[in-house]
Design a protein around this ligand. Structure first.
Ligand SMILES: [Cu+2]
Length: 431
């Protein structure tokens, strides 16, 4: 039966009462404790800058697949700096893929607030979300985000995940609620921790390697072996479009038949991987007029650039829920210096890094690869998967898990991507 005019008037009144009088969008209360202990826990010489505040939302959204399809996803969005009473507004239908890149320093104390803003396109769902820092030695299960042993964050709620960042390395993070579903839907991101070795005094002798201010390392290696000039996170992943389509159509989800058909690096299939621009969710017409309807959905490209002579660190990770990925770079030998967020060392400290032409990762694995460019011809090289079925974007051939590595000659730049030959400062290290 259709409601009469009176019913509409009541609904309007209720809506005004609910939303008209209050300027807030839910009870988002983020938490942070300023650093006042006088102890320099991150070792950078400043005792008052060790506490870090981050705020992310969990919800849903859409991303642009390389063949033009708009794909429904779950995901996280960075709302750090947004006033609490506007967080829901900014976080709704704003899911990113991959999740916002998180970069911390060893010794920092992190207040990573998670606000669940609900799934706007699945209002029938009441799913909780969490943040699990994968592979991180977390002493407090309450902050580990694992279902059944930690609080799951319900819609409209906010929880500060607290971490004492005790180990450097290349990590990943993801939602651990109904993990297969929420990870297939996109709740995965890059996370890495910079080592204290970066803060050594200028001129420190590391077993013959002389450290200078500004030098960067992947790990506390003690010998400079994980030194790099530029670093790039490369998250390998796949989406099953049927699973995602069934999801937004409120159908039973085909877990047993899950089959990824979009292979991606950092949430994009080639040639989107080499598009330097942020990609926007053009389907985010929200529940009310918004000044920023087209919200960023895929923020990071995967263009890898360096200048001849530089060392390039690739922080490769996989949180695929279905497949193993093998990646190769014809023409550039890969030096594997770390796996599973650890520097490769034997029980006696022996350097067990090795040279290879390809690396293979299962879901949940990370690999740190150094590319030495001193002996390379300047030019553009390809990094791609040898799982040839993933060199496509669903039914569209020539795409998927591939990106470009351009080595400049240091004399003003070369190659199809062009641009200056300036090294340093590239990469995605800055959060
Ligand atoms: Cu979730």
């Amino acid at each position: 039966m259709r409601p009469g005019r009176g019913k509409y008037a009541v609904l309007l009144l209720e809506a005004l009462l609910l939303f008209g009088s209050a300027q807030t969008y839910g009870d988002i209360v983020s938490q942070f404790k300023p650093d006042t202990d006088g102890i320099d826990t991150d070792g950078d010489g400043d005792p008052n800058n060790d506490h870090v505040f981050k705020h992310v939302t969990a919800g849903d959204g859409f991303i642009n697949m390389a063949d033009g399809k708009l794909q429904y996803i779950f995901g996280f969005s960075d709302v750090t700096g947004i006033p609490d009473n506007m967080v829901t507004h900014h976080g709704m239908l704003a899911a990113n893929f991959p999740a916002p890149t998180l970069v911390f320093k060893e010794g920092q104390r992190v207040y990573l607030n998670l606000s669940n803003v609900g799934m706007m396109k699945r209002p029938d769902l009441f799913d909780a979300h969490s943040i699990h820092w994968h592979g991180f030695p977390n002493a407090a299960p309450i902050f580990d985000g694992v279902q059944h042993s930690a609080p799951m964050i319900n819609m409209g709620h906010t929880f500060p995940f607290y971490y004492e960042v005790v180990e450097p390395g290349t990590f990943i993070y993801h939602c651990h609620v109904e993990a297969t579903e929420h990870m297939q839907m996109g709740m995965l991101g890059n996370l890495y921790v910079l080592p204290k070795q970066n803060n050594l005094p200028d001129g420190t002798n590391l077993n013959g390697f002389i450290h200078h201010t500004g030098y960067k390392y992947a790990y506390n290696d003690g010998d400079g072996s994980s030194y790099y000039d530029v670093d790039f996170p490369l998250q390998l992943s796949g989406f099953d479009p049927i699973y995602h389509d069934e999801h937004i159509a409120v159908q039973p989800l085909p877990f047993a038949l899950m089959k990824d058909r979009y292979g991606m690096i950092n949430g994009r299939g080639y040639p989107q991987t080499v598009d330097p621009n942020v990609l926007y969710n053009t389907a985010a017409a929200g529940p009310e007029p918004m000044d920023d309807v087209n919200r960023p959905s895929q923020k990071i490209h995967s263009i890898i650039t360096g200048t001849k002579g530089e060392r390039i660190l690739l922080r490769i990770s996989s949180l695929s829920t279905v497949d193993f990925f093998t990646v190769t770079i014809p023409g550039i030998p890969m030096k594997v210096i770390g796996t599973g967020s650890r520097l490769l060392r034997g029980p006696t400290g022996k350097d067990t890094s090795y040279m290879t032409s390809s690396v293979t990762l299962g879901g949940g694995e990370t690999i740190d690869v150094i590319l030495e460019t001193a002996n390379l011809q300047p030019g553009t090289y390809l990094l791609y998967t040898t799982n040839l079925n993933f060199l496509s974007n669903d039914k569209e051939d020539f795409g998927g898990v591939m990106t470009e590595i351009t080595i400049h000659d240091g004399q003003g730049g070369i190659g199809p991507i062009g641009g200056g030959g300036g090294g340093g400062g590239g990469g995605h290290t800055m959060p």
